[in-house]
Design a protein around this ligand. Structure first.
Ligand SMILES: Cc1cc2nc3c(=O)[nH]c(=O)nc-3n(C[C@H](O)[C@H](O)[C@H](O)COP(=O)(O)O)c2cc1C
Length: 196
């Protein structure tokens, strides 16, 4: 394929990807000397029910790439809509020194940092690390999960963030404490088993 055709394909791919509304998470891990590492990510997806697993795509140039490979553990911290500052801190290299200094970060028994006021924290052990060019896909076996009551994601779409009102109009799910089922203001999700 010519360079020009390749460029057009790349641009169209980018344009297509801008149409995915994606919840922003922070992937966190720890290096062997105990230093925490992390980055903002939207390339996070559920993978399997049995065993419970998920997949994250990490750029090989990211500072957390090598620590993640060697520790073999990570946490997916699913951000709330009001945690945009965490996304900034964990995606802008020039303020990388603020990572883990802002917000309520604690460590689990494996020393993996997690954000206690995230929407959810999913603790994983790396099962496979698949080379995919610029990125690697890490498949994580789920070890433990913590969830907050409110479902209120920080959503990235078309190169920006959906503001709270837009996001809330799109979808709002609140955990009903008595039934332990999620009530949706937009649709009835009961009976759908592909519900994470
Ligand atoms: C909304 C958003 C989503 C992102 N998703 C990913 C992702 O899924 N995978 C990835 O490797 N980088 C992703 N990035 C980029 C990294 O967060 C960014 O390059 C970060 O600075 C890498 O950490 P480092 O500066 O310590 O190398 C995303 C950035 C933003 C703002």
């Amino acid at each position: 394929m010519t360079d020009e055709k390749e460029k057009i394909k790349t641009d169209l791919f980018r344009q297509a990807m801008r149409r995915f509304a994606a919840t922003v998470s922070i992937i966190s891990t720890v290096s062997n000397d105990g230093t925490p590492h992390g980055m903002a990510a939207t390339a996070v997806t559920s993978l399997s029910f049995d065993p419970l697993s998920l997949l994250v795509a990490v750029n090989k140039s990211a500072s957390m790439f090598e620590p993640l490979k060697s520790s073999g553990f990570f946490c997916v911290n699913v951000l709330h809509s009001n945690q945009r500052n965490q996304c900034d801190i964990f995606s802008r290299k020039e303020i990388r020194d603020q990572r883990f200094k802002v917000g309520n970060w604690e460590k689990n028994e494996n020393g993996i940092p997690y954000l206690t006021d995230a929407q959810a924290s999913i603790f994983c052990e790396v099962d496979q690390n698949i080379n995919a060019g610029s990125h690697s896909a890490f498949i994580g076996l789920v070890l433990n999960v913590i969830t907050d009551e409110l479902i209120d994601p920080l959503i990235y779409l078309d190169g920006g963030f959906l503001n709270n009102t837009e996001a809330k109009n799109t979808s709002q799910h609140i955990l009903n404490k008595e039934t332990k089922k999620y009530k949706s203001t937009t649709q009835n999700l009961e009976g759908i088993d592909w519900l994470w």
